[in-house]
Design a protein around this ligand. Structure first.
Ligand SMILES: Nc1ncnc2c1ncn2[C@@H]1O[C@H](COP(=O)(O)OP(=O)(O)OP(=O)(O)O)[C@@H](O)[C@H]1O
Length: 569
């Protein structure tokens, strides 16, 4: 729901209502189980308010910008690249008179969008006659707009700060303590779930581009000289849609690739990156994301930061097209080095050698490298400036024993936009159930039990004190087993009650049609079984915990072949 709705809302801010909140909490619980617990990650929880110095070091203060244009008359702001991209895409899709040269030009513009300077972007907007979408007024020249919400910390106004645009920086600045906590051993991963804030220029597409959202991030620290992963074999045989750089550049589409092959051929830079791609695939498909609408797209060279070794986005197809939901990047040592430099605290790891190693060290290596470039330079020493020439320097190599290697770890970062995942999940799980002639069609959310906001409903078949009491007893046992449920003793027709719960995706409905045995109905198959009243909670729990499938349960218990009542559906 739009936040602050009674005051007409604010673009890009949304509330989760009760079912949405429950879905979100289930998605996050599974994220914790699948990543934090199963991988033994170190979870942290850092503040959203972040002092300027941290985000200055990370580069966000100077570079976390999008190019913006303004409607010259109304002042409405737009993202310049989005206007240009939308224009090109619309022309390519709808203009049947487009020449092949023009089509190739427009495709090229879309491909190099991230490389365009403000001036080049402005020139293209002018060349194509692009105006403000709502008013058709002229647009200003593009200029960079920093997406961070600025604030000041404390009453003096002297300590500038920002609302964090990502959670990752909280982990990087804690590297030293986390490394120590992990027994000074690599590799290890830290994880954080929290709110991120981005003052998006033009929030759009509901939960897909908002100004405050939940991020779940992992920073996996690894030795840059050994990016193998001990559990890679667990995911190596997975086969799914991948969209490597070469395929994108040569105009092909995504294709099914075995992950192990993508890594061994070097399409994916290293095993650890590949391992996380596999784990993200398992996470998303387990949640209920359709395998055929999920692909891993490699970043093109112009999309990647200069320091990144390789990046892949998990993109999910929904009615808005293919949407980046998880970014998985090998960020090399960039972040830790940036914070080491700014803070003066060495964010490094050590590899202790079992035997000391003899190494040759060159004396004066920096001057040597400068002189190799035939550079003459001045050195200021003891108040005097001395001009050093190449022939004045001799290089000596010394032998030295080293007991350890000190290095800055590389970081592999999977970053999950939880709202985007949930939105795509809603689309993939939604369908309209055909109805009998003349009846209203029924909307169903086919959520897997894992994410369903409510796991079970309990209905007495008819209004009677006896059945109500049994329903209350069953509800009590569900409560004790920690199973979320709704008890509906309104007495409306069973069909209507099923329809209501299908609409919010409740997977199981228990109909109390006797005082000893009751009917459990599964939402998607509409199959029903008979169980004893005191077995309900354990049967439902078995399925929602993933120990058994509904098909397994159907084998174990007698089927209820007729609907509990004629007006069921
Ligand atoms: N404005 C937003 N609203 C909702 N989710 C977002 C938003 N911006 C980013 N995300 C989510 O956070 C994840 C990690 O953020 P990252 O910085 O990699 O995104 P990004 O590349 O800036 O996204 P985009 O290019 O779509 O703006 C993304 O994969 C996405 O799922």
């Amino acid at each position: 729901m739009p936040s602050f709705k009674i005051y007409r809302g604010v673009a890009g801010l949304y509330d989760y209502g009760p079912p949405g909140c429950a879905v979100k909490s289930n998605v996050l619980a599974f994220w914790r189980q699948h990543f934090v617990l199963e991988e033994g990650m170190l979870e942290v929880d850092c503040p959203c308010v972040t002092p300027d110095v941290v985000l200055k070091a990370s580069g966000h203060v100077d570079k976390f910008t999008d190019l913006m244009v303004k409607d010259e008359k109304t002042g409405t702001c737009y993202r310049a690249d989005h206007l240009l991209k939308d224009f090109c895409k619309e022309k390519l899709e709808k203009d049947l008179t487009l020449s092949s040269e023009k089509a190739a030009e427009l495709k090229h513009v879309v491909a190099v969008l991230d490389d365009l300077s403000p001036e080049e972007l402005g020139a293209k907007l002018k060349e194509y006659g692009i105006t403000a979408p709502d008013t058709k007024n002229a647009l200003s020249d593009p200029y960079p707009f920093n997406l961070m919400f600025q604030t000041s910390i404390g009453p003096s106004g002297l300590l500038p700060g920002y609302m964090r645009p990502e959670t990752a920086q909280g982990i990087f600045v804690n590297f030293k303590d986390l490394y120590y906590y992990n027994g000074n051993r690599l590799p290890f991963a830290a994880a954080q779930i929290g709110q991120a804030f981005r003052n998006e220029i033009s929030p759009r597409q509901g939960l897909l581009r908002v100004r405050e959202f939940t991020l779940a991030e992992i920073e996996h620290f690894v030795d840059p000289e050994d990016k193998s992963h001990p559990k890679f074999a667990d995911v190596a045989e997975l086969e799914f849609l991948m969209f490597p750089r070469e395929e994108q550049l040569s105009g092909q589409s995504a294709k099914k690739i075995v992950l192990g092959e993508a890594v061994s051929k070097g399409t994916v830079n290293n095993e650890t990156l590949g391992y996380f791609i596999g784990r993200v695939y398992l996470f998303l498909t387990h949640l209920g994301i359709d395998k055929e609408k999920l692909r891993f797209r490699q970043h093109l060279p112009n999309e990647m930061a200069h320091y990144a070794a390789d990046c892949w986005d998990a993109e999910i197809e929904c009615s808005y097209g293919w949407i980046e939901c998880v970014g998985i990047a090998d960020r090399s040592a960039y972040d830790l080095k940036a914070h080491s430099e700014k803070s003066g605290v060495a964010l490094v790891a050590q590899e202790k050698f079992s035997e000391p190693r003899e190494v040759e060290v060159s004396f004066f290596p920096n001057i040597w490298s400068l002189l190799l470039g035939e550079v003459e330079f001045n050195v200021c020493t003891l108040g005097k400036t001395v001009s050093i020439k190449k022939n004045m320097v001799s290089i000596s190599l010394e032998k030295k024993k080293e007991h350890q290697r000190v290095f800055t770890p590389s970081v592999i970062e999977p970053s999950f936009g939880i709202g985007r995942i949930i939105y795509c999940l809603y689309e993939h799980c939604f369908y309209t159930r055909p109805s009998k002639a003349g009846e209203e069609q029924l909307n169903v959310f086919q959520f897997p039990p894992l994410v369903a906001p409510v796991k079970c409903t309990v209905f007495p078949l008819i209004k009677s004190k006896e059945f109500d009491d049994v329903a209350k007893e069953i509800a009590k046992s569900l409560r004790a087993a920690g199973i979320s449920h709704i008890i509906d003793i309104t007495g409306t027709s069973i069909g209507k009650r099923y329809a209501r719960t299908d609409e919010i995706g409740v997977p199981f409905a228990v109909t109390v049609d006797s005082t000893t045995n009751v009917t459990i109905r599964e939402r998607d198959s509409k199959n029903q079984i008979r169980v004893n009243t005191n077995e309900v909670a354990s049967v439902v729990k078995e399925v929602i915990d993933g120990q058994s499938t509904w098909a397994d349960i159907m084998w174990k218990y007698p089927a209820h072949h007729t609907a509990p009542t004629a007006n069921e559906e």
